[in-house]
Design a protein. Structure first.
Length: 203
């Protein structure tokens, strides 16, 4: 599925490099007991010339919020941001719900936000065009769905972002990866592998 529509400069920058100021170099300490495990930097799509580093596992909503899905994150979210030295960023946000029914509904909400992402971005940002692709469902735990969104700004910035939403029981996780480029620069196979790892670590 590809959707073409027309994406504010700040929005693209936040989406493409979500792990900006405040991300510490090196591997962050492990999450507290009872908190779902998060991706290690080495489990992200490999960068050709720069190693990934990670910030701490942090309670609450990420700042900045990723495009399209950010406003759907509750205050009970837990997140971790990642970065390389070359304008590539990633983010994982995990939410533990009180029941499987609520978790299923929340995962569906995030997917609906991604299904309409390109149209929303362009409606809010007339100087940006956006298109998206759905890369399918992954067979891991209760399933995970993978999306790609390309944005092209009138001032010349072009960014590719990938998102996935996965669930294991009462726990839902979203993984986002972004860098400068277009669909040809999307590391789809690597991102799918990262998503599978992230969902398996929710146990």
């Amino acid at each position: 599925m590809m959707k073409s529509t027309r994406v504010n400069r700040g929005l693209v920058a936040a989406a493409a490099v979500v792990a900006a100021a405040g991300v510490a170099a090196g591997t962050a300490p492990a999450a507290a007991a009872g908190t779902p495990r998060f991706l290690a930097p080495s489990e992200l799509p490999p960068h050709a010339t720069s190693a990934w580093t990670a910030g701490p596992v942090t309670a609450g909503q990420p700042d900045p919020l990723p495009m399209c899905v950010g406003e759907a994150f509750p205050s009970t979210s837990v997140h971790r941001a990642y970065r390389t030295e070359l304008d590539t960023g990633a983010l994982q946000v995990t939410v533990v719900e009180s029941s499987e029914r609520r978790a299923k509904d929340y995962a569906a909400l995030l997917r609906s936000k991604l299904d309409g992402c390109a149209e929303k971005v362009m409606a809010e940002n007339p100087d940006i065009t956006a298109e998206q692709k759905y890369y399918g469902k992954l067979n891991v735990e209760e399933g995970a769905h993978v999306y790609g969104v390309h944005t092209n700004a009138s001032w010349g910035a072009t960014d590719i972002n990938m998102f996935s939403v996965g669930r294991d029981g009462t726990t839902v996780t979203l993984v986002q990866w972004g860098q400068m480029g277009d669909f040809d620069d999307a590391q789809v196979a690597d991102f799918k592998k990262t998503t599978v790892t992230a969902v398996k670590k929710l146990h």
